[in-house]
Design a protein around this ligand. Structure first.
Ligand code: TYM
Length: 344
């Protein structure tokens, strides 16, 4: 029997949310709730794989949850919660630590990037095991679709490998429990749209990220109109005017990035943006992009600020979401415990 369609995704409460998080993930969460049952998590357990100051972590958890809602996620229709509140995430992650192979984890490029040049004494074991916790997040809810940016693709492939290995290693036990042979679904990554990989505004060969030391490289979700306009006006570009067709973006990473951002913010395609701006120079395009970004992002920032001013109401919808999440999670964990051979 095919698995019931269900969406799961999550964002880390570490550092400030930026335009890549919004266009690659959060905006897509909002779109998927129209057609799917959705679970959106603030993954605080992932955040502490790198040291977080506790007060700052608390602030950031609430801000990410608020940003989901301010962007249009409905916490009543869907489930919105912080990961650590549902203990089964940690429990399933342990089982997956015993299913996943060291070699698989060693191939994770994000781990290699984050640990590059660092002494092993300064890298947490959690950072290495992190993709196994991510697989647990998704599979605890038997989620079939996971909207993410392009940088999470490898982690989702690993999630599929873990699901397949679990289903295979425990095939006999799964059958004995009277459960479906494909106990865990082979999850589909949903990486689509014109901005699956938003690049740095300063160096279009690097993705926009929370850790970039240059402030001008990223637009923050909480930036004001002035900051957004300045960052766009100062974004690195080439001297050529915009092409009229997408093919003309080849080899022009900066142009491709800004056109992709414009397309995603205005819910259209790069081709449509180029049909409008083809032949025009940056002097025309950048102010138009700045106006569009301010028009779309400022209301979200205002609403996020309004929501975080009342932390109790955020905590209340996260507690309600966690209670509903835990019901689904415990059902899966009960099955997993008996499949594995645990008692009780
Ligand atoms: P995180 O917190 O780094 O990023 C949250 C989401 O934002 C996307 N993203 C981007 N998209 C486009 N362009 C960019 N420059 C850009 N930067 C970030 C990410 O792809 C992600 O979708 N491991 C995940 C969090 C996670 C998760 C999960 C996701 C934990 N468990 C289960 C899905 C399902 C992460 O660190 O994302």
């Amino acid at each position: 029997m095919p698995h019931h369609p269900r969406v799961f995704s999550g964002t880390q409460p570490s550092g400030d949310l930026h335009l890549g998080n919004y266009l690659g993930a959060i905006k897509r969460y909002v779109e998927m709730q129209k057609t799917h049952e959705c679970i959106y998590c603030v993954v605080d357990m992932h955040a502490i794989t790198v040291w977080q100051e506790p007060d700052e972590l608390r602030r950031s958890i609430r801000e990410v949850a608020a940003a989901y809602v301010a962007s249009g996620v409905d916490p009543k229709k869907n489930i919105v919660f912080n990961q650590s509140r549902v203990r089964q995430h940690a429990e399933l992650a342990w089982v997956f630590n015993c299913v996943a192979r060291m070699g698989w984890m060693e191939r994770m490029t994000q781990f290699k990037d984050k640990s590059a040049g660092k002494n092993a004494e300064n890298i947490s074991l959690g950072l290495f095991a992190y993709p196994s916790l991510m697989a647990a997040d998704i599979l605890l809810y038997k989620a079939t679709h996971v909207p993410v940016g392009d940088d999470q693709k490898q982690h989702l492939e690993l999630t599929r490998d873990i699901a397949a290995k679990f289903n295979n290693d425990y095939a006999r036990s799964i059958a004995e429990q009277g459960l479906e042979a494909d106990f865990f679904p082979i999850t589909d990554p949903v990486i689509a749209g014109p901005a699956t990989r938003v690049m740095s505004l300063k160096d279009a060969s690097k993705k926009m990220s929370k850790s970039d030391t240059s402030e001008g490289a990223r637009i923050l979700l909480m930036d004001d109109a002035d900051q957004i306009s300045k960052k766009i006006k100062r974004a690195t570009t080439d001297p050529e005017p915009l092409p009229s067709e997408e093919k003309g973006l080849e080899g022009r990473a900066e142009a491709a990035n800004l056109v992709g951002i414009y397309a995603a913010l205005s819910d259209t395609t790069k081709a449509a943006v180029l049909a409008e701006f083809g032949g025009k120079g940056w002097g025309a395009f950048k102010p138009a992009l700045a106006d569009l970004a301010v028009a779309k992002l400022a209301p979200i920032a205002d609403e996020t600020r309004r929501l975080v001013a009342d932390p109790a109401s955020i905590d209340a919808f996260m507690a309600d979401g966690a209670a509903r999440a835990a019901e689904i999670a415990e059902k899966t964990m009960k099955e997993v415990r008996s499949i594995v051979g645990f008692i009780g």
